[in-house]
Ligand binder design. Structure first.
Ligand code: ADP
Length: 301
């Protein structure tokens, strides 16, 4: 098969591993910088050009679209879909997962366990907002934050009020969440491929840190999931419509709660801590779910 990887940097661990795994399985791979793709939006013959050449002959596309380029990246992916190149994750599912509020609303509607969460733009009654989520301590998050930046633990009601007011001053959308203290500064990343959890790791924040992000000095180790955690991760992936994703869970007193579903999960932490060939499993998934003969000439006629 001929596989495109939409990635801005060939040297990133995840991109390198996907190239390696695809080549090891006899596929041809090309890494394309999504921002350098340009498109002709015509009804009879959608096309994508790259560095002066029209792209053709691709069977499958692996989107690794960074959060900062979601808008343009999903538009390019949509164009691949119009050309009937099979996407690992569909553009609509990626857009959905990038909207934290929309994701939580979807998951809630289907009965997935979530931390009690409030959402606000400029609440005129902070007291009531706090009461809604059960009072302090509370976690307050900037909706646009990633890698733990803009995630604050307010231990007291007073602190929560100040943080909410400060964020409101920035005119930012915020999420206010019940603090899952019993998670003990750790969370669980479940890597789902094709409706199965293929690897899972526990991330632990460094001493005195409630955020477990590896970028913030957290450490990762392999973990055994409970059947409930496994089924929660699989259901969350299905609800979001993602074939491949990272589902982040917290172990709460009321069972597993989902914090986030990530449509471009990094492979480095999970492969290194579990020793599993996740990139290889992703390529195998593409092989079984793409029909090369039917796509090879698509988009041409
Ligand atoms: P980001 O998407 O920026 O990584 P998260 O919402 O995943 O932000 O939060 C970062 C980390 O903070 C999580 O991995 C988790 O360890 C911790 N955390 C987030 N929300 C809560 C919560 N409600 N209760 C306890 N810990 C939390």
């Amino acid at each position: 098969m001929k596989i495109a990887i939409l990635s801005r940097n060939k040297k990133l661990y995840s991109t390198r591993r996907l190239i390696e795994a695809a080549e090891a399985n006899g596929h041809q791979v090309e890494v394309l910088d999504v921002l350098r793709c340009y498109m002709s939006i015509t009804s009879h013959r959608p096309s994508i050009h790259y560095k002066g050449q029209e792209l053709s002959g691709f069977d499958a596309v692996i989107p690794r679209i960074g959060a900062s380029v979601t808008f343009y990246g999903t538009a390019v992916l949509r164009q691949f879909e119009m050309m009937e190149v099979s996407p690992l994750n569909e553009s609509v599912a990626i857009s959905r997962s990038r909207d934290k509020l929309r994701s939580l609303q979807l998951l809630a509607r289907k009965g997935i366990g979530l931390p009690v969460t409030g959402f606000a733009h400029s609440p005129d009654d902070v007291q009531d907002m706090m009461a809604m989520i059960g009072g302090a301590p509370a976690v307050i998050k900037l909706l646009e934050g990633t890698q733990g930046i803009g995630v604050v633990l307010a231990e007291t009601h007073k602190a929560a009020e100040s943080v909410i007011e400060a964020f409101m001053g920035l005119k930012a959308n915020i999420l206010i969440q019940e603090f899952i203290k019993e998670a003990g500064g750790s969370d669980i990343r479940c890597l789902v491929v094709g409706g199965k959890v293929v690897a899972a790791m526990k991330r632990q924040g460094k001493e005195g840190e409630f955020r477990s992000n590896l970028h913030r000095g957290g450490t990762a180790e392999v973990i055994r999931l409970t059947p409930e955690e496994r089924s929660t991760a699989v259901r969350a992936a299905k609800i979001m419509g993602l074939n491949v994703c990272g589902v982040d869970l917290l172990r709460s007193n009321h069972g597993p709660v989902v914090m986030e579903v990530n449509s471009s999960p990094g492979l480095e932490g999970i492969e290194k801590s579990t020793g599993k060939d996740v990139a290889g499993m992703i390529i195998k998934f593409i092989e079984t779910n793409t029909n090369p003969s039917s796509t090879r000439t698509r988009g041409k006629g």
